[in-house]
Design a protein around this ligand. Structure first.
Ligand SMILES: C[S@@+](CC[C@H](N)C(=O)[O-])C[C@H]1O[C@@H](n2cnc3c(N)ncnc32)[C@H](O)[C@@H]1O
Length: 450
């Protein structure tokens, strides 16, 4: 036990800073996994990549967004590692941190001293929203407001947007409540984000777009539009960086990008719609509808490109992971439609056509494994066209299609196969039952005769 604290601590290194954190070994679950929420002060080493990207963004914001004096407000600071990294690694001139926990503030204060940034970084015990208003009263104009809570950022969004609107601040938000956002906990999704809840086959994209949609609606209520600089889902959280644009017409433009996401659990048909559809236009199965959600671009290419360029200047971050994420985002900035999952499409084709698509699927998985696992934003048409070019034994049905749009595939399947697989499944079950019944009867009769 460290003599200064009421709980076990240790000093770790993250990025270019050293910080006192709870001793992770003291807060492990029976399966050995560290549970940050159990520690008296929150520190999650698995979030270091979230902080790496925050540093890259802050550095680039000076050049791209014309930020002269980098002033960061981080009102949910925990141990202070993020705020101190802003000062040390992004050269922030001012960092204002806060936390509602006395212990967190004590540790953060020690960490500020440990890293000798007390001339630029300060911390105080306060509710996050109160601290933000207090900073404004003191004449602070934050260039970045970083909201990094445990769970949903929603309780802090209105205050953050209001203050960001006064100072043209960038708003960075983390949401770790991915179970609601992906539709796994639908009632929490409706309560927190006020959307029609549902779970699509592109749940990571849904999570990012629901959070953005919710921010857009709140910004619109104070007559601001939203510009998305960067938004992504990685590990187990959503992170977004946005800016505000003044004006009722800008707010309306942003609102115009809100749609409903529709997803067919039977054939995977996915689309955006401005009205609430109930039946799949392809196979007529009942649709999952979720929204409103944001349907626009999820990054600004010039910012992402500049961040990729800056990676070699910050060799201490997880450069490989940062480059991988940012490159995928850069390539897919303009792909706004929901992605299709090749495994689901293949399974569907198999159930419809009894096609042994396993070769095709394994070829596709070979080609697209990375993309599939990262749940990217590629369109079905591109994905299938690519797969067909590269597959050794593509299924005949798919090769016959020249343009691989979901609608074309739907039309093809509708005209070539009947969507009565539930009927055919029923018939097959009936046949098996009759067959079995006949067999049992025959055995009984045989036994009775002998
Ligand atoms: C996820 S942790 C912060 C992690 C930190 N940003 C980092 O990068 O390591 C969330 C922190 O918010 C604090 N907190 C929770 N509710 C708060 C509130 N209403 N106002 C201020 N701090 C709050 C918690 O005490 C906790 O330390």
């Amino acid at each position: 036990m460290n003599k200064y604290y009421e709980f076990p601590t240790k000093i770790i290194r993250e990025g270019l800073v050293r910080v006192i954190v709870p001793d992770l070994d003291a807060y492990r679950r029976p399966d050995g996994v560290y549970e940050p929420a159990w520690a008296p002060v929150f520190y999650n080493p698995r979030m270091s990549f979230n902080r790496d990207i925050a540093i890259l963004f802050a550095r680039v914001s000076r050049r791209i967004l014309g930020v002269n004096k980098l002033s960061v407000a981080e009102p949910l600071a925990g141990t202070g590692v993020r705020g101190i990294r802003y000062a040390v690694e992004a050269g922030a001139e001012e960092v204002y941190m806060g936390d509602i926990s006395r212990l967190a503030v004590e540790i953060a204060r020690q960490n500020i001293q440990l890293n000798r940034v007390d001339d630029r970084v300060r911390v105080e015990k306060s509710h996050a929203n109160k601290l933000l208003y207090k900073l404004v009263e003191e004449g602070v104009a934050p260039s970045i407001i970083d909201i990094d809570p445990f769970g949903s950022p929603i309780p802090f969004v209105d205050t953050t947007l209001e203050i960001a609107s006064r100072f043209n601040s960038v708003v960075a938000l983390t949401a770790t409540d991915t179970a609601p956002l992906t539709g796994t906990h639908s009632s929490a999704l409706r309560r927190r984000y006020w959307v029609l809840p549902g779970r699509t086959g592109w749940e990571r994209e849904q999570a990012v777009r629901i959070l953005l949609g919710s921010i857009i609606r709140r910004a619109a209520s104070i007559d601001y539009g939203v510009k998305v600089f960067l938004a992504y889902y990685t590990d187990y959280y959503v992170r977004v960086y946005i800016g505000l644009i003044r004006g009722a017409s800008r707010a309306d433009e942003s609102l115009n990008r809100l749609v409903y996401g529709v997803y067919c659990p039977s054939c995977s048909y996915s689309s955006y719609s401005s009205i609430v559809l109930s039946r799949c236009p392809i196979c007529h199965h009942r649709l999952v509808v979720v929204g409103p959600l944001y349907s626009g671009e999820i990054c600004a290419p010039e910012i992402v490109e500049e961040m990729i360029r800056d990676i070699e200047e910050v060799s201490w971050i997880d450069a490989k992971k940062a480059e991988k994420l940012l490159t995928v985002l850069k390539n897919e900035c303009s792909l706004v439609n929901p992605y299709y999952r090749v495994d689901k499409i293949s399974a569907f084709l198999w159930t419809l056509e009894r096609l042994p698509v396993s070769n095709f699927l394994s070829d596709m998985l070979g080609v697209h494994a990375r993309k599939i696992h990262q749940q990217t934003y590629r369109n079905l048409d591109e994905l299938l066209a690519l797969s067909l070019q590269q597959a050794k034994s593509p299924p005949v049905a798919l090769t016959a299609l020249t343009a691989m749009t979901p609608e074309k595939i739907g039309e093809y399947l509708k005209t070539n196969r009947q969507f009565n697989n539930t009927d055919s499944q029923k018939q097959a079950k009936m046949a098996v039952a009759v067959g079995l019944g006949g067999f049992v009867l025959w055995r009984l009769l045989k036994r009775a005769k002998s």
